[in-house]
Design a protein around this ligand. Sequence first.
Ligand code: APR
Ligand code: PHB
Length: 394
Amino acid sequence: MRAQRSQVAIVGAGPSGLLLSHLLAAAGVESVVLESRSEEHVAARVRAGILEHSTVQLLTDAGLAGRLRAQGDEHRGIHLQWPHERHHVDFVDLTGRSVWVYGQTEVQKDLVDAARARGQDVRHEVADVALHDLAGDHPHVTFTDASGNPQRLDVDAVVGCDGAFGPGRAAVPEAVRSSWSRTYPYSWLGILADVPPSTDELIYAWHPDGFAMHSMRSATVSRLYLQVPNGTDVADWPDDRVWDALATRLGHGQDGWELAPGPVTGKSVLPMRSYVQTPMRHGRLFLAGDAAHTVPPTGAKGLNLAVADVALLAPALAALLREGNPALADAYSDTALRRVWRCTHFSWWMTTMLHTSGDPFDEQLQLSQLRWVATSEAGAAGLAENYAGLPIGF
Ligand code: APR
Ligand code: PHB
């Protein structure tokens, strides 16, 4: 077995892992990133596409926002809709903050390019990643490299950026960890389509048939979603059925608005789940992004939360490893969890306000809440503040 050394082992080369390696390098801390999938596989995953204000700020400060600012699309707010009514909630008027439409796939590309440019050590297609001696000051990671050779990496800290199914969250001993979760009784059917968006800004629509959303990736690519029952098979949703349901739920024909259909280039079913595991630090192991928490996509918080975690963690690790100062590392879990729970609540709240459950009492409460949020400045400001994002360090 070949033994190597670095300051930090980062498990996972998704947005959390690559952004953390970037911020650590800028702070003078060396890291190795271990990823079980191929670079092409990670790059091809289709995920959400909304960056909140503080995410854009952080990427800009990190020198990672060149393409985002040139090709992304700044939005003032969203449209909230229910049958016969559509209201614009203007985040800029309400909070002074905007959001940007820029796909996670694009963020990932920018992070990969930056990693390549600085010669970041990223090992793809590794297997059997196992974390050892996390309670002491000298943890190590073992894995099998892409050629099938066993490897050992000795480090000062390990970070689990390995999503919901990696070894990071499981490495916190059961006696120490707690978790909270909610599985929702519905899923999203998402499509990507080669058609210009039929709307200037995102539409979130409540409808008796179920929630629908119109999002976008660019001036020529639309991303749309439909609430469907859990266990839905995409084979039961040919393109015509998807477009018909979207037209009905999004209000095609109302007040002259029309939904333009187009060629569907991707179709998948996404489960909806909330999950939080605490603490986000155990000894020299730290968790960031989906490794510690999952949110349903309704509030567009998954990527933004991951970015907020690593924005806290990078300076904490730099202080610990360069100056021997543990204060920020000791505070990391509690500080990060304040925002995690805020976003967990917000995404649960958006989800339960917009998805139909079949219960007529719930429907009346949802419609009343939607009307209040869309028409009262106090109601709209709460949505706007959470959606456009709280400052880093909230
Ligand atoms: N060994 C190495 N890598 C692993 C392992 C393992 N055993 N298990 C998982 N990974 C990798 C995955 O292949 C993936 O590339 O960890 C990475 C985790 O990436 P993400 O799931 O994208 O999580 P994160 O980087 O925290 O990003 C959070 O991205 O996944 C979305 O919805 C999520 O928007 C949120 C944001
Ligand atoms: C998306 O564009 O994929 C998207 C946007 C907003 C959400 C969820 C997904 O709330």
